[in-house]
Design a protein around this ligand. Sequence first.
Ligand SMILES: Nc1ncnc2c1ncn2[C@@H]1O[C@H](COP(=O)(O)OP(=O)(O)OP(=O)(O)O)[C@@H](O)[C@H]1O
Length: 660
Amino acid sequence: MASCSNNKDNIMLQNRSQDVKVQIVPAQQKKLVHVIKREKVDLSFSNLSYTVKQGKQEKVILKNVSGRLRSGELTAIMGPSGAGKSTLLNILTGYKTDGTKGQIMMNDQERDLSKFRKLSAYIMQDNQLHGNLTVDEAMSVAAKLKIGDKMKHEQESVISEILDTLGLLDHRKTMTSGLSGGQKKRLSIALELVSNPPIMFFDEPTSGLDSSSCFQCISLLKTLASGGRTIICTIHQPSARLFEMFDHLYTLADGQCVYQGSTDRLVEFLGQLGLQCPSYHNPASYIIEVACGEYGEHTRTLVNAIKNGQEDIRDGKVVPQLAITDGLNNSNKFAHDIKNTIGSMKVASEPVYQGTTIEDDKVNADSSLLGHIVETPTKRYGNSELGQFFIILNRALIFSRRDWTLMYLRLFAHILVGFLIGALYWQIGNDGNKVLSNLGFLFFNMLFLMYTSMTITILSFPLEMPVLLKEHFNRWYSLRSYYLAITVSDMPFQTIFCVIYVTIVYLMTAQPLEFFRFGMFLSACLLVSFVAQSVGLVVGAAMNVQNGVFLAPVMSVPFLLFSGFFVSFDAIPIYLRWITYLSYIRYGFEGTALATYSFDRPKLQCFVNYCHFKKPETTLEELDMTDASYLVDVVALVVIFFVLRVAAYLFLKWKLKTNR
Ligand SMILES: Nc1ncnc2c1ncn2[C@@H]1O[C@H](COP(=O)(O)OP(=O)(O)OP(=O)(O)O)[C@@H](O)[C@H]1O
């Protein structure tokens, strides 16, 4: 373990004896040809406070904190649990805006959140990755969405280069679900790196990783910072070895800043206040212990010391060296160099700097990665909305193809239930005396289509929500494109399953063998299953999985009750009759019945007598087909379909906002 020391040289040199091998990679090994136009982003904030409402009271979580986060530096936001680290990070990223007061400046100007979001990436704590893609596919989707058609020909080499740098090149064909925790973390970073954002935020990037993976992860962040980026991460309590890799420390206790400045001045700062870090004690642990009050109530002293003149230890009387040119610590020299050159670089036909490779853990920390890319985006997204739609649609189709449950189990269920219903109602359509039984078949047909279609989509949004939150926030795509692609993606499969199922039951139950009638029957069934899918989407978008899985079937009961199969229209109390007009099952039931019987008068008479839309005593003479119009049924189903799809979109939009 490194001892408490004021001298970063010493700390770094102590590493020489440790197992980490750091090596300079010859510059010419790199083959970068991409345009470099990355902005430097310095972020500062002053008097930032954050309040939440708890009943009638207000809880202040951040109390007028100020600070400065600079490009080229790796900043750690530390503090005891509940100190407000994640809250501060969420506010700085723009993820949380409500309840916030204070000023945030970007490059010494008032921050334009929209512009800032284009320049920043937020890698959240849990690795939000789609498990059904390979590393290569995930990178390719990210590249297409984030940088679009720009550098179309170079995308492949950019992806290879990033994967190489992050030690993932050997895992290109591995499914993301098969990656280790550390590899997932690196992939999450790699996905954001395709657009080479100049400012990156990480929430607890080391959580759940072993010490070696933690070291890899922080080494990587250090390298990213060395390339001129502003890298900020929250971290609980890093080991001394990790702690010394940070350039800048921002420590919170109870929503207040108790230290901000360079990591190697921390011990000196505390010493000035009479808080002596014991020898061979990790300074990171010590400041947390102090912040927790283990050495007495010093929080106020620390807060005051920070406020009174030593706002940032870098800016105050103690100024550490940024570049340390000796020996192994060339990466800092490099950071200094790159800061000077980055503004003037246009084309990196040759690498302009040297990086480092940490051989033992395969994270190739070559900073050439920092060189690729891309002009500051002028548009909101890297790709057009149509482009986004097709990329997300394609990704969703890949998921569906690979999801065994979604595909094969569903197919099997449709075939099995089709044969069961067919066997139960075998050749019933040929028997004029069994019209009521045939209506029973039509009703259960609706019931099956409703449940199979609805239950699949209830889970769509809740399962995707964490990934959606991350990708949408990081400006991969618009919600509109995502929603359209996701909702359209299942329709081809549902159509195929429905056609297979309907063909089986139609033939086995001996419904009229006329192409036209079959078409009417199938269309009504398809529309009902699409509407049921939409109900599932609304429920999934509006509530969580537990509530949705319970409520969706329960909410469907009125639609079934008022479908006309159980109770005729006249028997329904007047004040409840309006529900029959909302029952999409009613329109589907009616539509399939009309497809089966509409030109067969004796059977139709029986059907009409049974169903709600004609009084039981109606005679054939009185019968007017407009009373039970197939067209009306179809139009009603189409209207309900669109209304529900719009409602699902609005719920999703609302949920995306409230989930932050
Ligand atoms: N929406 C909210 N409503 C009520 N309290 C909240 C809300 N958000 C945060 N808090 C509270 O604010 C405090 C700071 O939370 P935050 O998640 O930022 O802490 P943290 O320092 O990141 O903690 P940890 O290290 O345990 O993740 C906590 O006490 C938390 O309970």
